[in-house]
Design a protein around this ligand. Structure first.
Ligand code: 13P
Ligand code: SF4
Length: 306
């Protein structure tokens, strides 16, 4: 079957089943191209909470589909490849955050969206790369102790941005973002002297300090679209370049490192999406007691993101 034939069939099923396809910017180009909506973690959560579709096929990783399910409990949320996880989300175990909560009852727990619903149960609020600084800043004003996790890098970045922010940090990170170095950035800048370097906040501080702009996947795409600069060194996963090139055919994009390839995101192929929508398999299910507790911190995030 050709890609075009698959697209036609997928579109037919979408209409018949009242289904919507959401895809993250790190998905393969052929998946982004058939999606009804492509976005960053926050935008996809917002879309999941608004849609009146009966079925959401979420092309991304497990925690993202879980978040969509938390926000749309009455809808069928399908993840084409159930094994597509997130290395960072797996760096926080439920028993550890539960223990932390019990030992620190007065601490505000700010939970990066890259976390399981089981862990979100213990958080006061959820954050993403696009609203993280704003929400952390909001809670810092309360003057209470705060934990941020599992992504220690965005936490360090928030503390560097504002002296009023003091966070206890969970020792988690994204292997591919955290692995990038200042040396790599300097080398890329020397190779492309007219390019601006832009980065995702999951990178280490030494890398972020070299960036002309730091933002979520959506933020980075919007930045290059508006910027007058014509060349960019991209400090996040390779998938974003598809949308950047679509929006800015006259601009050049250089990936900082070939390591910027999220194996988990790339597990989903067009065939998986096709089979998943046809058979309505791989449904995300969250036990009701967990969902009720975990939903609160995601709702709180959406309220603060308005
Ligand atoms: P965004 O929220 O910026 O899309 O990032 C998600 C992610 O997993 C980055 O590695
Ligand atoms: Fe998780 Fe890193 Fe992949 Fe983002 S890029 S989904 S943080 S493993």
């Amino acid at each position: 079957m050709t890609t075009q034939e698959m697209y036609e069939q997928i579109n037919k099923w979408k209409k018949e089943k009242n289904a919507i396809i959401l895809a993250h910017y790190y998905q393969r180009p052929e998946i982004q191209d058939i999606a009804d909506y492509v976005g960053d973690s926050l935008a996809l959560s917002q879309m999941a909470s608004k849609t009146d579709a009966d079925i959401i096929v979420f092309c991304g990783v497990h925690f993202m589909a879980e978040t969509a399910k938390l926000l749309s409990p009455q809808k069928k949320v399908l993840l084409p490849v159930m094994e597509a996880g997130c290395v960072m989300a797996n760096m926080m175990r439920e028993e550890d955050i539960k223990k932390y909560r019990e030992e620190h009852p007065d601490t505000i727990i700010l939970m990066y969206v890259n976390s399981t619903a089981r862990c979100k149960q213990y958080a006061d609020v959820c954050v993403t790369s696009s609203n993280g600084l704003k929400i952390i800043d909001h809670y810092a004003k309360l003057g209470k102790p705060m934990l941020y996790g599992p992504d220690r890098n965005l936490g360090k970045y928030a503390m560097q941005k504002s002296k009023d922010i003091k966070l206890d940090l969970w020792p988690g990170f994204c292997g591919i973002h955290n692995g990038r170095t200042k040396e790599e950035v300097l080398k890329a800048k020397a190779e492309h002297p007219n390019a601006e370097f832009i980065a995702h906040p999951e990178c280490k501080l030494e890398v972020l300090e070299e960036a002309a702009f730091v933002g979520s996947t959506k933020g980075l795409i919007e930045y290059v679209t508006k910027s007058e600069c014509k060349e960019f060194i991209v400090g996040t996963e390779c998938g974003v370049i598809h949308e950047m090139e679509k929006r800015c055919p006259d601009k050049k994009f250089y990936l900082l490192s070939n390591m910027f390839n999220c194996f988990e995101m790339k597990l989903t192929h067009l065939e998986d999406l096709y089979n998943c929508l046809r058979d309505e398999t791989n449904e995300i299910e969250i036990p009701e007691d967990i969902a009720v507790r975990a939903r609160k911190c995601v709702d709180k995030m959406l309220e603060l993101s308005k």
